[in-house]
Structures are given as structure tokens and as C-alpha cells.
Design a protein around this ligand. Sequence first.
Ligand code: BV8
Ligand code: ZN
Length: 251
Amino acid sequence: MICERVAEELKERFREARAVVVLTGAGISAESGVPTFRGGGGATVWRGMPVEKIATPEMWRADPVTFWQWYAYRREVIERAEPNAAHRAIAAWERQFERLTVITQNVDGLHQRAGSRKILELHGSLWRVRCLQCGLNMEDRRVPLPEIPPRCPSCGGILRPDVVLFGEVVPETVFSRAVAATAECELFLVVGTSAVVYPAAVLPVLAKQHRAFVIEVNPETTPVTGIADVTILGRAGEILPHFSPEGHGGG
Ligand code: BV8
Ligand code: ZN
């Protein structure tokens, strides 16, 4: 619950805002049954290895079988998952704010399935694969994968998911669009991210520097909590449906 005064202020902000950005992380998909990376205390490990070690180009090269077993597992979990009330609330806002940009660190595609259209996928998508040998880049929604590691249909090379792995650069075009949307928004929501992964974690700071009103929604405090105007401690699926530009903001 949040106090009446804050709820009033949030209603006002939602009514007034024209350009809005929502930065999401793995936590927004938690209520869809998709495991987070760090939320809830324990770092996610796979076969005893932390995600920061598996989701790397080194791992893809050194042990493509283990690498792809993790991605195949996540594809299976995500394929069975449904967008939750938080994804759906954000999709509904697209029709109510003049400009709404979803900047997501997630690779699960649940924002698209909830109906959002203006989405910047900072870290790519689990549902696209690419081949380093011949440059093929295609959508691949096969669950289960026919073989591990999956091979390129045109040259037989080992495919990789079209995601930004640790140590890889977020594509310049995507990140510069994320920076532009952040710099011009009045309202910046940060939902379900532990805000430890860079460069995504820079965006809330940038929003603050451009005098946006920053609202964080997370059951736990994070490094963003220190700079946010309001932090609502709670689950995205419960909180976000209460916000809407029609003006009933807050929990
Ligand atoms: C780069 C795609 C360099 C793959 C991902 C030391 C060693 C090595 C690297 C570094 C280092 N220090 C810094 C780095 C850089 C590194 C980094 O930031 N590491 C962190 C861990 C310290 N960053 C990079 O490597 C980036 N690239 O820096 O390149 C470079 C620079 C110039 C030139 C050349 C090279 C690339 C980062 C992208 C990595 N790829 N994903 C895949 O997903 O398979 S990141 C991965 O973490 C996911 O995308 C995930 O989204 C992201 C961030 O995690 P969160 O989304 O925040 O999720 P998390 O589990 O952490 O938190 C969940 C939150 O939800 C919690 O707060 C929880 O309380 C909350 N929650 C839970 N339930 C709910 C909820 N909230 C709301 N409602 C709920 N119900
Ligand atoms: Zn190929």
C-alpha cells in the first residue's frame, strides 16, 4: 500500500505525462513463472555455474552443449509462460500515453505477446538465432530444439541465440534509441530489475539527470531506490494494473 498523498501525486503524474518510458527486467516476468537471474536473494545458477559465466561468448565457444542446454531450458519455460497483468498493463498504456517506449532487458518476448509494440530489446531475443559462419539471422521458435547445439540450416555452423551475452556490446542503434527516449520522457518507470547490469542500469540515472519523475516497482530495494522519486515495494503484476492515465494511480 502507498499513502494517500503519494497516490495522489502518482495519479497527477500519470494524467499529465505525455512521453513515458518503462525499463523492465527479469522481475516483470517472474509472475509468469520465468526464473529471474538474481531476484529473491540467490543468484541463478545452472549446473553450479552463475549465469554471468554461462551467458558468455567464451562459454558458447568452449562448451556449446552446456550453453545451449541452458538456453533450450529457458526457451521451454518461456514458451509455456503467459504474459502477466504487468505486461498487459504496460501494453494498455500504449493506447493512453502519447509516446510510450518499453525498454526491456528481457529476451523472453512476453511484452510483444502482451500487445506492446514500441519495444527496445536491449539484450536481444531468445526467439532469434544467428550463424557466425554465414551471417544468417532468423527467427527460431522450435521447442524442443531438434538438436543441441542447433545448427545453421544453410551452412551447418553452430548457431547462437541473437542475445547480448556478458562482455558483448549492446547494439549501438538500440542503445542510442533507448538513451533518446530516456532523455525526453517526463515519467520513467523501472520495473523488476536489480539494476546491476550495465549499460541498462545507466538509464534510470540518465532519466533523473533529465529531470524525469522516476518510479521504481520492485519487492526489494535496488541501487535505483536511492535516486527514484518513488519506490513501491511490491510485485509488478499487482501494482501496475493500478496505474493508468485515467487517473487511479498507486496501490
Ligand atoms: C558490456 C541476455 C562490455 C542474455 C543479459 C565484471 C565482469 C564481467 C562483466 C562485467 C563486470 N562488471 C560489469 C560488467 C559488465 C556486465 C555487467 O553489467 N555485469 C553485471 C552482472 C555486473 N555487462 C555486460 O557485460 C554488458 N556488456 O558491458 O560490454 C563492453 C563495453 C564496451 C566494449 C566492449 C565490451 C552486456 C550485459 C547484457 C548481458 N545479457 N541478458 C540472456 O538473458 O540470456 S543480462 C541478464 O541480466 C538479463 O538480460 C537480465 O534481464 C539482466 C539484468 O538482470 P535483471 O533483469 O535486473 O534481473 P535480476 O534477476 O537481476 O533481478 C530481478 C529483479 O526483479 C530483482 O530486483 C527482484 O527483486 C525483482 N522482482 C522479482 N519478482 C518481481 C520483481 N519485480 C517486480 N515484480 C515481481 N514479481
Ligand atoms: Zn550458417
